[in-house]
Structures are given as C-alpha cells and as structure tokens.
Design a protein around this ligand. Structure first.
Ligand SMILES: [Zn+2]
Length: 328
C-alpha cells in the first residue's frame, strides 16, 4: 500500500468511525481499502451523560488528528447503544450512557463540519455482518447480539428495519414477573439470557463471584449443576426469542453475535436443537456465528461514514470483506 499523495488525485478520502459502548469508545480511521489507524478510550459513563458525550467529541478529534497526511477526512460514522432513531439522528434513550433525546448526528456535524452517518450499535453490527461477514448475500435475516444486553436487528429485503429505534428490542418486556431489569420491567429476557445475566444469576444462586459468562460455561462443562442450570436457562430463553423472530418474519438465516458467541457450539448446538423443536410449519433457519466478532460495530460505523459522504459503497465493501473477516 502506497502512503504517498498521488499528485494527480490529491489526498485519498478517509472516514473516521466510532463504536460507542458503555465501557469503551472504539475508533478507527479507514480509507476505501481498509483500516489505517485505530484505538479505544474509556467512555467514563459513570461521570454522567455530558461527560460521556464530551468523550465522544474528544475521540472524534483524536481520530481526525490520526488521519494520515496522505488522506483527507470526508465523513464520520458513529454507532451508539440504546434506543436510536437513525432517521432523526437522535439517541432517544441510552441507559448505559444516560442520554435522552440527544441529537448526536447534528452535534457531530457541527463539531466536525463533516458528513455524519449515525446508527444503532446492534443494527450497525448487523449491517457489517450482512455486507462483510456471516450474512453476505442473504436479503432476509436476523442478527441477535448477546452481550451485556440482548437485542436483535432485522434485515428484510436487504433493508434494515428500525421503526423509530424500537425494532429488535427483544431483550425487554414480555414478562410480568421475575428479576428486576434495567428497563424498569421484571423478568425480561435480558435478565436471564444476556452474558451479563448469566454471570449475575450464577453468582446469586451459588454465592461464588465469577469472571463473566465464559467462567460459568467452564463450570457447566466441568459438571457443576448450578452453572449448567443457569446456562441452560439462558439457551432456553434465547431459543424462544429466535423461534419467535423466525415465526413472525420467516427469515431463513440467523446470525448470533455479541460476546456470548465465543461459547461456540456450547451455545449454537443446543440453540439450533431447541429452535428446531419450537418450529413446526417453518423451515429450520440457518443459525450461524457472527464472523466479525467485536469489530462488527466499528466496521458498521465506517460504512455509515462512507454512506454519509456519498461514496460508492460497492468497491469499499468488496475491499473490506477480506480484512474484516480475518481473525483479530
Ligand atoms: Zn428489561
């Protein structure tokens, strides 16, 4: 790859992309061929909503100053968690960041003077999987992210469904009783089937502190009853959600992403079996692991940045595919 400016064409275009999470803001600078620079900073969400947004603005500045002299920034892409209305460019509500009705896209446009693409973290990850990863060339699919939270993204006829930001919030609601949830409800799927819930429920039942869902799975594999029960509960709730999504939409392809997908066949094997058992008239969907891992949100944000800049996405997607699917 040449790092010199072509005198005939000038500096090459680049975008900066931010994947804003409750713990870290991951950023990268990419040109049409791949990632040029990347890094991450702590979100410091506990310091309050204004502080978390100040971190986002600082991180955009950091990323912009990391754009090499051979390139010029043409767009910013940003993906954030919570209830996100892409059409209005507004984060309606983010429990993790404390944001309510924050016009993120407009504020970033004012701050940078650049075109801004704005999206939901799970839908951005789903877009990246659909274009670069485990959902390529499948027009109808569901992406289910199982991590700290639990949410889905629905791609129908190649279009992402958002519905004002509420589509795919499968982690919340639906139950009338059970453990309290961050949303104010009780017994939501997220209180049983998220990676965070698996660790929390194991500790509540056993009195033993664990290092995340991965630790609970290791204990279940070793034959520990409490760990097995907590793991099986999570798979059962997930299978019910996935079967519901398939029954409502008829999608033939389900991509499982988020931190829990690292469990591999310990998650996917029983999930496939139970989804199959719950479906009668529907064909079994293909249930596959996400291909981009923890980088899906960043790749999705980069695509949002390119889209906002007016670039032709075709060649960019073709160039990104191999780099994105390479294991980190
Ligand atoms: Zn809830």
């Amino acid at each position: 790859m040449s790092d010199t400016v072509d005198p005939a064409r000038g500096p090459r275009p680049a975008v900066v992309a931010l994947d804003v999470g409750g713990t870290f803001v991951k950023w990268l600078v990419a040109d049409e061929r791949g990632v040029l620079r990347q890094g991450s900073v702590e979100t410091r969400a506990a310091a309050g909503p204004a502080s978390a947004f100040a971190v986002v603005l600082d991180t955009v500045d950091t990323a912009l100053s990391a754009v090499p002299a051979t390139h010029r920034p043409v767009g910013v892409g940003v993906a954030v968690p919570g209830t996100v209305d892409e059409r209005r460019g507004v984060c309606v509500h983010s429990e993790n960041l404390g944001w309510r009705d924050l016009p993120v896209a407009q504020r970033l446009r004012e701050h940078t003077g650049l075109a801004v693409g704005f999206g939901h973290d799970v839908r951005s990850g789903a877009t990246a999987e659909a274009r670069l990863g485990a959902g390529r060339e499948v027009p109808d699919q569901v992406y289910v992210s199982v991590g700290t939270g639990l949410a889905a993204a629905l791609l129908l006829d190649g279009r992402m469904v958002s519905s004002g930001g509420y589509a795919g919030e499968i982690g919340h609601g639906g139950a009338l009783d059970g453990a309290p949830c961050v949303c104010g409800g009780r017994g939501c799927a997220e209180t049983v089937a998220s990676a965070a819930a698996i660790a929390r429920r194991y500790t509540a039942a056993s009195g033993v502190a664990v290092d995340g869902a991965r630790d609970v799975l290791a204990r279940a594999r070793a034959g520990e009853d409490v760990a097995r029960r907590v793991w099986d509960d999570a798979v059962e709730v997930l299978s019910s959600l996935v079967a519901d999504l398939v029954r409502v939409t008829g999608v033939p392809h389900v991509v499982i992403g988020g931190g829990l997908v690292h469990a591999g066949e310990d998650l996917l094997g029983p999930l496939r079996d139970q989804v199959r058992a719950r479906l009668t008239v529907h064909p079994d969907p293909r249930i596959v692991p996400a291909a981009l891992g923890g980088t899906a949100g960043s790749w999705g944000a980069a695509l949002l940045g390119w889209e906002a800049s007016g670039a032709d996405l075709g060649p960019i997607v073709a160039a990104y595919g191999d780099a994105a699917r390479r294991p980190a």
